[in-house]
Write a protein that binds this ligand. Structure first.
Ligand code: SF4
Ligand code: SF4
Length: 216
């Protein structure tokens, strides 16, 4: 499971860094490396692009896992070169960007957009969303197949009228999520779960901003 990111259009990055002369770049050795959006190769390519714009790259690093607390130590170890920069261009997920911002004492500019939590498909360079962090997990009713991320309409009472021979009406190449749910519940002899009509999804459970506390 990984946080899936994609690189922003360079024009957007260029706009955000236009007033900076000196830039430090940080990538991430975990998810962004896997997505090929913020690993060593992408960081070095970004360095070249910035230099072609006439910027000075004061330094760069790929921290092991940008969202981890240890990013604090990595940032502290690079304090001098970071200090010499006007801003840090961060090639990680939004969580990683926030970690860097918390400890670097410098303006941060994200170079990536964070898309979703995903899993690797068979083709290791493609990813599918597995969870949209909807705040009200219904996997217990759907034999572990997420209807929010697998069904094009995010239906929690499916299938819709468009399902056709097990394929989705929105994308005919794709299996209908609710047919998959039906088949798996049938295998488990729990089709009764599909007879329960679910109340409309309560989007108030999607915490914005997200906050939770746990008992020790
Ligand atoms: S039902 Fe919601 S919480 Fe459960 S896997 Fe799907 S998106 Fe994630
Ligand atoms: S055909 Fe199936 S997967 Fe597609 S939108 Fe309808 S219920 Fe969802």
């Amino acid at each position: 499971m990984k946080t899936i990111t994609k690189e922003k259009e360079f024009a957007e990055i260029e706009k955000r860094i236009k007033d900076a002369r000196n830039i430090y770049i940080i990538g991430c050795g975990t998810c962004a490396t896997l997505c090929k959006t913020g690993g060593k190769g992408e960081v070095l390519k970004m360095k070249e692009k910035l230099q072609n714009l006439g910027k000075k790259v004061t330094g760069w690093m790929v921290v092991p896992t940008a969202c981890d607390i240890l990013t604090k130590e990595a940032v502290e170890a690079e304090a001098e070169t970071i200090k010499a920069a006007d801003l840090i261009l961060v090639m990680t997920c939004g969580f990683g960007v926030q970690r860097v911002a918390d400890h670097a004492g410098k303006l941060v500019v994200p170079a990536l957009d964070t898309l979703f939590i995903g899993k690797e498909d068979e083709v290791q360079t493609e990813f599918s969303q597995v969870c949209a962090q909807c705040g009200e997990c219904v996997l217990g009713l759907t034999a572990g197949i997420c209807p929010i991320t697998s069904c094009h309409k995010g239906l929690i009472n499916g299938p819709c009228g468009g399902t056709n021979r097990g394929k989705c009406e929105v994308d005919k190449e794709k299996d209908c999520a609710w047919t998959l749910i039906y088949n798996r519940l049938k295998e488990l002899n729990r089709l009764d779960l599909m007879e329960e009509c679910q109340s409309p999804k309560n989007y108030q459970k999607v915490l914005k901003p997200g906050k939770a506390s746990f008992k020790q």
